[in-house]
Ligand binder design. Structure first.
Ligand SMILES: NC(=O)c1ccc[n+]([C@@H]2O[C@H](COP(=O)([O-])OP(=O)(O)OC[C@H]3O[C@@H](n4cnc5c(N)ncnc54)[C@H](O)[C@@H]3O)[C@@H](O)[C@H]2O)c1
Length: 319
């Protein structure tokens, strides 16, 4: 088996996906790479780690050559809220960085997993039960880069037969690494604040529904699609995948089942609220279910129980 490269390995998804891949395929066979973010000790100690810059194609090609890489999980990116603050950087990393990874994959015959996002949708997209194939006219730089990335990955498969695959992730909720500046980060922060202060001030308004997923399911989706039978894949890239849909009131209600005194209030951030308003309320992920057997394991109740349990222990340890 050829080795696996993870870009963006110090990020929210990469930090956990790398460890899951190492557990499955062997520590020394999974090469973690970061940019500036300091990786956790466990990431550094459990296998190879290097700093690269996806905008510098030579740094990507060097690692692919050195470690005889067969599969690249390309997670390096600039997320939605940060992308709105610095659109030029978002274009550089999300488009030029992806282009470099695809070019290296073409030259060295690697498969590539690239996550797209619910951010690839926008005004004009049906918000309820958002279809797999539908209007995609996002009005954020993050969305523009994500749609372009979906198309670029499709192009590299059709034109050069690079084995590109990917999913459109919803908001990802995790208890290990903090999220990197997305619009759905509130759904992580709320658990920390519920434990620390028993209240949370949400920057996303009540009534704003978005798709979400617990990290173990996000990791499962990434690994499952790369192991799927290619003959069955009609949509190779950008599969809608979701596990649950809620607004701040619904997630607050599920926390209250465990912490009854928990309260929520609102101080809406107009930038992130506008982004959230342009995203689906709930996606139809039947194409992923039919083509590669996608099925999430965690619903909101199970996730809230697990998040509060794990974070309580973690915050206690830090005291
Ligand atoms: N987390 C979510 O809720 C979510 C939802 C939908 C899609 N996604 C997608 O999943 C992927 C991973 O997201 P994440 O939440 O782990 O992001 P993150 O922001 O936590 O991590 C991204 C990592 O990319 C690295 N990076 C930035 N510029 C780089 C460069 N030039 N070269 C190399 N690395 C660079 C950063 O250091 C960072 O650690 C992204 O493509 C993102 O768009 C995430």
């Amino acid at each position: 088996m050829n080795n696996i490269l993870v870009t963006g390995a110090a990020g929210q998804i990469g930090s956990e996906l790398t460890l899951a891949l190492r557990a499955r395929f062997g520590d020394s066979n999974v090469i973690a790479t970061g940019h500036k973010t300091r990786p956790s000790d466990i990431l550094m100690d459990s296998g190879p780690f290097h700093f690269i810059d996806c905008d510098d194609i030579g740094t990507v090609a060097d690692i692919v050559k050195k470690y005889i890489i067969g599969t690249i999980y390309h997670l390096a990116a600039i997320l939605s809220a940060v992308a709105e603050a610095n659109p030029q950087l978002a274009w550089d990393v999300n488009i030029n960085g992806l282009y470099n990874v695809l070019e290296v994959a073409r030259e060295f015959n690697c498969s590539v997993f690239t996550p797209s996002s619910i951010g690839a949708f926008g005004p004009g997209t049906p918000l309820e039960n958002t279809p797999q194939d539908t209007v995609q006219r996002p009005n954020t730089m993050y969305g523009v880069t994500k749609v372009s990335g979906e198309l670029l990955c499709d192009y590299y498969f059709k034109r050069f037969r690079v084995d590109t695959r990917g999913v459109r992730y919803p908001g990802i909720i995790s208890n290990a690494t903090l999220p990197g500046g997305g619009t759905t980060d509130y759904a992580v922060e709320i658990y920390y604040e519920a434990i620390r202060n028993k209240y949370y001030t949400s920057y996303i308004d009540a009534g704003t529904f978005m798709d979400m997923m617990y990290m173990p399911d996000a990791i499962k989706a990434a690994i499952d699609i790369m192991e799927a039978d290619p003959a069955k894949l009609i949509h190779r890239n950008a599969f809608n995948v979701t596990a649950m849909s809620f607004d701040p009131e619904v997630i607050a209600g599920s926390i209250r089942e465990i912490i009854p005194e928990f309260t929520i209030n609102y101080k809406v951030d107009p930038v992130r609220q506008a982004i959230a308003d342009s995203w689906p309320n709930s996606m139809d992920d039947s194409a992923a279910r039919e083509e590669w057997g996608w099925k999430p394991e965690f619903n909101l109740k199970m996730m809230s129980r697990d998040m509060l349990e794990v974070l309580s222990d973690k915050l206690l340890d830090q005291e």
